[in-house]
Design a protein around this ligand. Structure first.
Ligand code: GDP
Ligand code: MG
Length: 437
Protein backbone atom coordinates (compact mmCIF):
# COMPACT_ATOMS: atom_id res chain seq x y z
CA UNK A 1 0.00 0.00 0.00
CA UNK A 2 2.80 2.40 0.89
CA UNK A 3 4.17 1.93 -2.56
CA UNK A 4 0.85 2.61 -4.13
CA UNK A 5 0.49 5.76 -2.12
CA UNK A 6 3.87 6.96 -3.15
CA UNK A 7 3.09 6.44 -6.77
CA UNK A 8 -0.06 8.45 -6.38
CA UNK A 9 1.87 11.24 -4.75
CA UNK A 10 4.48 11.23 -7.47
CA UNK A 11 1.85 11.67 -10.10
CA UNK A 12 0.40 14.62 -8.29
CA UNK A 13 3.52 16.67 -7.94
CA UNK A 14 3.63 20.24 -9.12
CA UNK A 15 -0.02 21.15 -8.89
CA UNK A 16 0.43 24.90 -8.62
CA UNK A 17 -2.10 27.02 -6.82
CA UNK A 18 -5.61 26.14 -5.65
CA UNK A 19 -8.23 27.37 -8.09
CA UNK A 20 -11.75 28.50 -7.33
CA UNK A 21 -13.00 25.23 -8.78
CA UNK A 22 -10.66 23.04 -6.70
CA UNK A 23 -11.88 24.76 -3.58
CA UNK A 24 -15.58 24.65 -4.46
CA UNK A 25 -15.42 20.98 -5.25
CA UNK A 26 -13.66 20.04 -2.04
CA UNK A 27 -15.83 22.32 0.05
CA UNK A 28 -18.97 20.62 -1.17
CA UNK A 29 -17.74 17.49 0.49
CA UNK A 30 -16.70 19.33 3.63
CA UNK A 31 -20.10 20.98 3.88
CA UNK A 32 -21.81 17.63 3.74
CA UNK A 33 -19.46 16.22 6.33
CA UNK A 34 -20.18 19.06 8.72
CA UNK A 35 -23.93 18.86 8.27
CA UNK A 36 -23.74 15.13 8.80
CA UNK A 37 -21.93 15.83 12.06
CA UNK A 38 -24.94 17.97 12.96
CA UNK A 39 -23.12 21.26 12.99
CA UNK A 40 -25.66 24.06 12.87
CA UNK A 41 -26.24 25.08 9.23
CA UNK A 42 -25.60 28.74 9.76
CA UNK A 43 -22.29 27.88 11.38
CA UNK A 44 -21.48 25.61 8.44
CA UNK A 45 -22.26 28.37 5.98
CA UNK A 46 -20.01 30.89 7.69
CA UNK A 47 -17.24 28.39 8.10
CA UNK A 48 -17.31 27.28 4.48
CA UNK A 49 -17.13 30.85 3.31
CA UNK A 50 -14.19 31.61 5.55
CA UNK A 51 -12.22 28.61 4.34
CA UNK A 52 -13.03 29.34 0.70
CA UNK A 53 -11.70 32.85 1.05
CA UNK A 54 -8.54 31.59 2.62
CA UNK A 55 -7.93 28.71 0.24
CA UNK A 56 -8.12 30.09 -3.27
CA UNK A 57 -4.61 30.84 -4.49
CA UNK A 58 -2.86 28.79 -1.84
CA UNK A 59 0.08 26.81 -3.14
CA UNK A 60 -0.61 23.08 -3.27
CA UNK A 61 2.00 21.06 -1.41
CA UNK A 62 4.03 18.93 -3.73
CA UNK A 63 2.69 15.72 -2.30
CA UNK A 64 -1.01 16.57 -2.02
CA UNK A 65 -3.91 16.76 -4.42
CA UNK A 66 -5.79 20.05 -4.54
CA UNK A 67 -8.69 18.39 -2.72
CA UNK A 68 -6.42 17.14 0.04
CA UNK A 69 -4.84 20.55 0.32
CA UNK A 70 -8.25 22.09 0.94
CA UNK A 71 -9.08 19.48 3.56
CA UNK A 72 -5.77 20.22 5.23
CA UNK A 73 -6.74 23.87 5.46
CA UNK A 74 -10.21 22.93 6.71
CA UNK A 75 -8.71 20.81 9.44
CA UNK A 76 -6.37 23.61 10.49
CA UNK A 77 -9.18 26.13 10.56
CA UNK A 78 -11.40 23.79 12.55
CA UNK A 79 -8.68 23.18 15.10
CA UNK A 80 -8.01 26.88 15.34
CA UNK A 81 -11.67 27.66 15.76
CA UNK A 82 -11.98 25.11 18.49
CA UNK A 83 -9.15 26.77 20.38
CA UNK A 84 -5.62 25.80 19.48
CA UNK A 85 -4.62 24.60 22.88
CA UNK A 86 -6.32 23.06 25.82
CA UNK A 87 -8.08 25.46 28.08
CA UNK A 88 -7.77 24.91 31.80
CA UNK A 89 -9.96 25.88 34.72
CA UNK A 90 -9.34 29.23 36.32
CA UNK A 91 -8.69 28.92 40.01
CA UNK A 92 -9.30 31.81 42.36
CA UNK A 93 -6.18 33.45 43.73
CA UNK A 94 -7.92 33.37 47.07
CA UNK A 95 -9.80 30.08 47.58
CA UNK A 96 -12.41 28.80 47.42
CA UNK A 97 -12.85 28.65 43.68
CA UNK A 98 -16.55 28.53 42.92
CA UNK A 99 -17.68 26.61 39.87
CA UNK A 100 -21.29 26.57 38.73
CA UNK A 101 -22.57 23.99 36.27
CA UNK A 102 -25.58 25.00 34.18
CA UNK A 103 -27.50 23.48 31.29
CA UNK A 104 -30.69 21.83 30.15
CA UNK A 105 -32.20 18.87 31.92
CA UNK A 106 -30.47 15.62 31.15
CA UNK A 107 -27.36 17.31 29.77
CA UNK A 108 -25.23 15.65 32.41
CA UNK A 109 -24.75 18.35 35.06
CA UNK A 110 -25.14 16.17 38.13
CA UNK A 111 -22.97 13.39 36.74
CA UNK A 112 -20.36 15.91 35.68
CA UNK A 113 -20.37 17.43 39.18
CA UNK A 114 -19.25 14.04 40.43
CA UNK A 115 -16.69 13.57 37.67
CA UNK A 116 -15.19 17.02 38.02
CA UNK A 117 -14.97 16.92 41.80
CA UNK A 118 -13.36 13.49 41.60
CA UNK A 119 -10.81 14.77 39.11
CA UNK A 120 -9.97 17.79 41.26
CA UNK A 121 -9.70 15.65 44.35
CA UNK A 122 -7.13 13.50 42.57
CA UNK A 123 -5.22 16.70 41.88
CA UNK A 124 -5.03 17.37 45.58
CA UNK A 125 -7.96 19.75 45.95
CA UNK A 126 -10.61 19.58 48.66
CA UNK A 127 -13.87 19.95 46.77
CA UNK A 128 -17.40 20.42 48.10
CA UNK A 129 -20.55 19.82 46.08
CA UNK A 130 -23.68 21.88 46.61
CA UNK A 131 -27.08 20.44 45.69
CA UNK A 132 -28.81 23.39 44.04
CA UNK A 133 -31.40 21.50 42.02
CA UNK A 134 -34.53 21.43 44.16
CA UNK A 135 -36.99 20.56 41.41
CA UNK A 136 -36.04 17.32 39.77
CA UNK A 137 -37.25 14.43 41.90
CA UNK A 138 -34.33 12.63 43.51
CA UNK A 139 -31.81 15.14 42.17
CA UNK A 140 -30.37 15.66 45.64
CA UNK A 141 -30.10 11.95 46.27
CA UNK A 142 -28.40 11.52 42.89
CA UNK A 143 -25.76 14.09 43.78
CA UNK A 144 -25.21 12.44 47.15
CA UNK A 145 -24.66 9.11 45.41
CA UNK A 146 -22.09 10.42 42.93
CA UNK A 147 -20.41 12.47 45.67
CA UNK A 148 -20.18 9.31 47.75
CA UNK A 149 -18.59 7.42 44.87
CA UNK A 150 -15.73 9.89 44.56
CA UNK A 151 -15.60 10.54 48.27
CA UNK A 152 -16.50 14.22 48.06
CA UNK A 153 -18.86 15.81 50.62
CA UNK A 154 -22.25 17.08 49.42
CA UNK A 155 -23.96 20.07 51.00
CA UNK A 156 -27.76 19.99 50.92
CA UNK A 157 -30.66 21.68 52.68
CA UNK A 158 -33.40 19.65 51.07
CA UNK A 159 -35.87 21.16 48.62
CA UNK A 160 -37.77 23.61 50.79
CA UNK A 161 -35.49 26.63 50.63
CA UNK A 162 -34.72 28.61 47.48
CA UNK A 163 -31.62 27.71 45.48
CA UNK A 164 -30.14 31.11 46.29
CA UNK A 165 -30.41 30.49 50.05
CA UNK A 166 -29.03 26.97 49.74
CA UNK A 167 -26.09 28.04 47.64
CA UNK A 168 -25.26 30.97 49.93
CA UNK A 169 -25.27 28.71 52.97
CA UNK A 170 -23.32 26.05 51.08
CA UNK A 171 -20.52 28.40 50.16
CA UNK A 172 -20.31 29.59 53.76
CA UNK A 173 -20.15 25.97 54.89
CA UNK A 174 -17.34 25.31 52.40
CA UNK A 175 -15.35 28.32 53.56
CA UNK A 176 -15.69 27.20 57.18
CA UNK A 177 -14.61 23.68 56.37
CA UNK A 178 -11.56 24.57 54.31
CA UNK A 179 -12.91 23.45 50.95
CA UNK A 180 -10.85 25.10 48.21
CA UNK A 181 -13.16 24.26 45.31
CA UNK A 182 -16.95 24.48 45.50
CA UNK A 183 -19.00 23.02 42.67
CA UNK A 184 -22.66 23.95 42.41
CA UNK A 185 -25.14 21.60 40.76
CA UNK A 186 -28.09 23.58 39.39
CA UNK A 187 -31.50 22.75 38.02
CA UNK A 188 -32.22 22.47 34.33
CA UNK A 189 -35.38 22.55 32.30
CA UNK A 190 -36.42 20.65 29.24
CA UNK A 191 -36.34 23.94 27.38
CA UNK A 192 -34.91 27.29 28.22
CA UNK A 193 -37.34 29.56 30.02
CA UNK A 194 -37.27 32.86 31.83
CA UNK A 195 -37.82 31.38 35.25
CA UNK A 196 -34.75 29.17 34.96
CA UNK A 197 -32.59 32.00 33.71
CA UNK A 198 -33.70 34.31 36.48
CA UNK A 199 -32.95 31.73 39.10
CA UNK A 200 -29.49 31.11 37.69
CA UNK A 201 -28.84 34.84 37.49
CA UNK A 202 -29.79 35.16 41.15
CA UNK A 203 -27.43 32.38 42.14
CA UNK A 204 -24.70 33.96 40.06
CA UNK A 205 -25.03 37.38 41.64
CA UNK A 206 -25.19 35.84 45.12
CA UNK A 207 -22.00 33.80 45.01
CA UNK A 208 -20.11 35.30 42.04
CA UNK A 209 -18.69 32.06 40.63
CA UNK A 210 -15.22 32.05 39.06
CA UNK A 211 -16.34 29.63 36.41
CA UNK A 212 -19.81 29.18 34.97
CA UNK A 213 -19.61 26.10 32.80
CA UNK A 214 -22.33 25.21 30.36
CA UNK A 215 -22.90 21.47 30.20
CA UNK A 216 -24.08 20.39 26.77
CA UNK A 217 -25.08 16.99 25.52
CA UNK A 218 -23.05 16.41 22.37
CA UNK A 219 -26.10 14.80 20.81
CA UNK A 220 -27.89 18.13 20.87
CA UNK A 221 -27.83 18.74 17.16
CA UNK A 222 -28.96 21.90 15.46
CA UNK A 223 -30.37 23.27 18.69
CA UNK A 224 -26.98 23.54 20.39
CA UNK A 225 -26.53 27.01 18.97
CA UNK A 226 -29.75 28.32 20.56
CA UNK A 227 -28.98 26.77 23.91
CA UNK A 228 -25.47 28.19 23.94
CA UNK A 229 -26.60 31.60 22.76
CA UNK A 230 -29.29 31.83 25.44
CA UNK A 231 -27.09 30.74 28.31
CA UNK A 232 -24.19 32.89 27.22
CA UNK A 233 -26.36 35.90 26.50
CA UNK A 234 -28.48 35.80 29.63
CA UNK A 235 -26.02 34.42 32.12
CA UNK A 236 -22.57 34.71 30.60
CA UNK A 237 -20.57 31.52 30.57
CA UNK A 238 -16.84 30.95 30.94
CA UNK A 239 -16.59 27.63 29.23
CA UNK A 240 -18.31 24.49 28.07
CA UNK A 241 -18.33 20.85 29.06
CA UNK A 242 -19.44 18.54 26.28
CA UNK A 243 -20.95 15.28 27.52
CA UNK A 244 -21.80 11.92 25.98
CA UNK A 245 -19.06 11.99 23.41
CA UNK A 246 -18.78 8.24 23.92
CA UNK A 247 -21.84 7.82 21.74
CA UNK A 248 -21.64 7.67 17.98
CA UNK A 249 -22.24 11.37 17.51
CA UNK A 250 -19.56 13.20 15.62
CA UNK A 251 -19.96 16.09 18.01
CA UNK A 252 -20.88 18.90 15.67
CA UNK A 253 -22.35 20.67 18.70
CA UNK A 254 -18.80 21.47 19.75
CA UNK A 255 -18.27 23.57 16.67
CA UNK A 256 -21.69 25.21 16.88
CA UNK A 257 -21.27 26.17 20.51
CA UNK A 258 -17.77 27.40 20.09
CA UNK A 259 -18.69 29.50 17.06
CA UNK A 260 -21.50 31.39 18.73
CA UNK A 261 -20.04 31.84 22.20
CA UNK A 262 -16.30 31.97 21.48
CA UNK A 263 -15.93 30.33 24.87
CA UNK A 264 -13.54 27.41 25.25
CA UNK A 265 -14.64 23.82 25.63
CA UNK A 266 -12.81 22.71 28.75
CA UNK A 267 -13.78 19.09 29.29
CA UNK A 268 -15.51 16.25 27.53
CA UNK A 269 -17.59 13.50 29.12
CA UNK A 270 -16.86 10.09 27.69
CA UNK A 271 -19.17 7.76 29.59
CA UNK A 272 -21.44 7.25 32.55
CA UNK A 273 -18.66 6.23 34.91
CA UNK A 274 -17.24 8.90 37.15
CA UNK A 275 -13.73 8.80 35.76
CA UNK A 276 -14.98 9.33 32.22
CA UNK A 277 -14.05 12.99 32.06
CA UNK A 278 -11.13 14.30 30.05
CA UNK A 279 -9.63 17.64 29.11
CA UNK A 280 -10.75 18.77 25.70
CA UNK A 281 -8.37 18.32 22.75
CA UNK A 282 -9.20 20.71 19.88
CA UNK A 283 -7.30 18.77 17.24
CA UNK A 284 -8.96 15.46 18.03
CA UNK A 285 -12.35 17.11 18.03
CA UNK A 286 -11.67 18.74 14.69
CA UNK A 287 -10.91 15.49 12.95
CA UNK A 288 -13.84 13.78 14.63
CA UNK A 289 -16.29 16.41 13.41
CA UNK A 290 -14.80 16.35 9.96
CA UNK A 291 -15.15 12.59 9.98
CA UNK A 292 -12.43 12.24 7.40
CA UNK A 293 -9.96 10.29 9.47
CA UNK A 294 -8.66 8.38 6.48
CA UNK A 295 -8.10 11.45 4.39
CA UNK A 296 -6.46 13.25 7.28
CA UNK A 297 -4.01 10.47 7.99
CA UNK A 298 -3.22 10.30 4.31
CA UNK A 299 -2.46 14.00 4.34
CA UNK A 300 -0.31 13.59 7.40
CA UNK A 301 1.60 10.81 5.73
CA UNK A 302 2.13 12.84 2.61
CA UNK A 303 3.34 15.75 4.66
CA UNK A 304 5.71 13.53 6.59
CA UNK A 305 7.21 11.95 3.51
CA UNK A 306 7.62 15.38 2.00
CA UNK A 307 9.50 16.63 5.06
CA UNK A 308 11.55 13.48 5.36
CA UNK A 309 12.69 13.82 1.79
CA UNK A 310 13.88 17.34 2.38
CA UNK A 311 15.58 16.37 5.61
CA UNK A 312 17.37 13.50 3.95
CA UNK A 313 18.55 15.77 1.22
CA UNK A 314 20.02 18.17 3.73
CA UNK A 315 21.52 15.40 5.74
CA UNK A 316 23.38 14.18 2.70
CA UNK A 317 24.67 17.63 2.03
CA UNK A 318 25.95 17.91 5.56
CA UNK A 319 27.76 14.66 5.24
CA UNK A 320 29.48 15.66 2.07
CA UNK A 321 30.27 19.10 3.50
CA UNK A 322 28.41 20.79 0.71
CA UNK A 323 26.26 22.82 3.02
CA UNK A 324 26.16 26.31 1.56
CA UNK A 325 24.74 29.72 2.33
CA UNK A 326 21.76 28.88 0.17
CA UNK A 327 20.94 25.86 2.29
CA UNK A 328 21.53 27.98 5.35
CA UNK A 329 18.96 30.53 4.25
CA UNK A 330 16.56 27.78 3.36
CA UNK A 331 16.95 26.23 6.79
CA UNK A 332 16.66 29.48 8.70
CA UNK A 333 13.35 30.08 7.06
CA UNK A 334 12.17 26.72 8.20
CA UNK A 335 13.37 26.91 11.77
CA UNK A 336 10.47 29.16 12.59
CA UNK A 337 7.92 26.66 11.45
CA UNK A 338 9.86 23.92 13.21
CA UNK A 339 10.17 22.23 9.90
CA UNK A 340 12.79 19.76 8.71
CA UNK A 341 15.71 21.18 10.69
CA UNK A 342 14.15 20.31 14.00
CA UNK A 343 13.37 16.83 12.79
CA UNK A 344 16.86 16.58 11.51
CA UNK A 345 18.23 17.59 14.88
CA UNK A 346 16.20 14.89 16.52
CA UNK A 347 17.84 12.38 14.25
CA UNK A 348 21.28 13.46 15.37
CA UNK A 349 22.58 11.33 18.21
CA UNK A 350 24.17 12.65 21.37
CA UNK A 351 21.85 15.61 21.84
CA UNK A 352 24.29 17.93 20.09
CA UNK A 353 21.43 19.41 18.16
CA UNK A 354 20.30 21.42 21.14
CA UNK A 355 22.63 24.30 20.38
CA UNK A 356 21.16 24.66 16.96
CA UNK A 357 17.66 24.57 18.26
CA UNK A 358 18.47 27.60 20.36
CA UNK A 359 19.30 29.46 17.22
CA UNK A 360 16.49 31.95 17.46
CA UNK A 361 15.39 33.57 14.28
CA UNK A 362 13.08 36.48 14.36
CA UNK A 363 11.20 37.76 11.38
CA UNK A 364 13.16 40.99 11.04
CA UNK A 365 16.50 39.34 11.31
CA UNK A 366 15.45 36.89 8.68
CA UNK A 367 14.79 39.73 6.26
CA UNK A 368 18.31 41.05 6.82
CA UNK A 369 19.85 37.65 6.50
CA UNK A 370 17.99 37.05 3.31
CA UNK A 371 19.12 40.37 1.89
CA UNK A 372 22.73 39.70 2.82
CA UNK A 373 22.76 36.26 1.25
CA UNK A 374 21.07 37.56 -1.85
CA UNK A 375 23.75 40.19 -2.22
CA UNK A 376 26.40 37.52 -2.42
CA UNK A 377 27.50 36.22 -5.76
CA UNK A 378 26.80 32.61 -6.53
CA UNK A 379 30.46 31.84 -6.05
CA UNK A 380 30.49 33.47 -2.62
CA UNK A 381 27.44 31.54 -1.53
CA UNK A 382 28.95 28.24 -2.48
CA UNK A 383 32.39 29.04 -1.18
CA UNK A 384 32.17 31.55 1.70
CA UNK A 385 35.89 31.44 2.48
CA UNK A 386 36.56 33.82 -0.39
CA UNK A 387 34.48 36.56 1.25
CA UNK A 388 37.21 38.99 2.27
CA UNK A 389 37.02 42.52 3.65
CA UNK A 390 36.19 44.34 0.46
CA UNK A 391 33.61 41.74 -0.51
CA UNK A 392 32.01 42.15 2.90
CA UNK A 393 31.74 45.88 2.37
CA UNK A 394 30.16 45.37 -1.03
CA UNK A 395 27.66 42.87 0.38
CA UNK A 396 26.75 45.22 3.22
CA UNK A 397 26.14 48.06 0.78
CA UNK A 398 24.19 45.90 -1.57
CA UNK A 399 21.91 44.57 1.15
CA UNK A 400 21.40 47.77 3.08
CA UNK A 401 23.05 46.33 6.16
CA UNK A 402 26.33 47.00 7.96
CA UNK A 403 29.62 45.21 7.72
CA UNK A 404 29.10 44.13 11.33
CA UNK A 405 25.86 42.40 10.37
CA UNK A 406 27.56 40.67 7.47
CA UNK A 407 30.39 39.59 9.76
CA UNK A 408 27.97 38.22 12.29
CA UNK A 409 26.11 36.21 9.71
CA UNK A 410 29.26 34.72 8.26
CA UNK A 411 30.39 33.78 11.74
CA UNK A 412 27.05 32.17 12.49
CA UNK A 413 27.25 30.26 9.28
CA UNK A 414 30.74 28.99 10.01
CA UNK A 415 29.65 27.87 13.47
CA UNK A 416 26.73 26.00 12.00
CA UNK A 417 28.98 24.32 9.52
CA UNK A 418 31.44 23.36 12.23
CA UNK A 419 28.66 21.94 14.34
CA UNK A 420 27.45 19.92 11.43
CA UNK A 421 30.91 18.53 10.93
CA UNK A 422 30.91 17.47 14.58
CA UNK A 423 27.63 15.68 14.14
CA UNK A 424 28.82 13.76 11.15
CA UNK A 425 32.05 12.83 12.92
CA UNK A 426 29.99 11.65 15.84
CA UNK A 427 27.93 9.53 13.53
CA UNK A 428 31.01 8.01 12.00
CA UNK A 429 32.44 7.02 15.34
CA UNK A 430 29.08 5.51 16.23
CA UNK A 431 29.11 3.39 13.16
CA UNK A 432 32.54 2.19 14.13
CA UNK A 433 31.04 1.05 17.41
CA UNK A 434 32.41 4.05 19.22
CA UNK A 435 31.56 5.43 22.64
CA UNK A 436 28.30 7.14 21.78
CA UNK A 437 24.89 5.72 22.47
P1 GDP B 1 -28.56 16.61 34.51
O1 GDP B 1 -30.02 16.57 34.37
O2 GDP B 1 -27.97 17.67 33.64
O3 GDP B 1 -28.10 16.70 35.91
O4 GDP B 1 -28.02 15.23 33.89
P2 GDP B 1 -27.53 13.91 34.63
O5 GDP B 1 -26.21 14.14 35.27
O6 GDP B 1 -28.63 13.42 35.52
O7 GDP B 1 -27.32 12.95 33.40
C1 GDP B 1 -28.36 12.50 32.58
C2 GDP B 1 -27.98 11.15 31.99
O8 GDP B 1 -26.88 11.26 31.14
C3 GDP B 1 -27.60 10.14 33.06
O9 GDP B 1 -28.16 8.90 32.73
C4 GDP B 1 -26.10 10.06 32.97
O10 GDP B 1 -25.59 8.81 33.35
C5 GDP B 1 -25.88 10.31 31.51
N1 GDP B 1 -24.56 10.89 31.23
C6 GDP B 1 -23.98 12.01 31.70
N2 GDP B 1 -22.78 12.23 31.16
C7 GDP B 1 -22.56 11.21 30.29
C8 GDP B 1 -21.48 10.87 29.40
O11 GDP B 1 -20.45 11.56 29.26
N3 GDP B 1 -21.65 9.74 28.66
C9 GDP B 1 -22.77 8.97 28.76
N4 GDP B 1 -22.85 7.89 27.99
N5 GDP B 1 -23.79 9.26 29.57
C10 GDP B 1 -23.70 10.37 30.33
MG1 MG C 1 -29.16 17.01 37.61
Amino acid sequence: LAEKLQNTFKKLKGKGKLTEQDVSEAMREVKLALLEADVNFKVVKDFVKKVKDRSVGVEVLESLTPGQQVIKIVNEELTELMGQTQSKLTFASKPPTIIMLVGLQGAGKTTTCGKLSGLLKKQGKRPLLIAGDIYRPAAIKQLQVVGGQVDVPVFTMGDKLSPVDIVRAGVEHGVNHGNDVIIIDTAGRLHINEELMEELQDVKSTVKPHEILLVIDSMTGQDAVNVAEEFNGKLGIDGVILTKLDGDTRGGAALSVRSVTHKPIKFVGLGEKLDDLEPFHPDRMASRILGMGDVLSLIEKAQASFDAEKAKDLHNKMKSQQFTFEDFLDQLQQVKSMGPISQLLEMIPGGGGKQLKNLEVDEKELVHIQAIIQSMTKEERLNPTIINGSRRKRIANGSGTTVQQVNRLIKQFEQTRKMMKQFTDMEKSMKKGGKFK
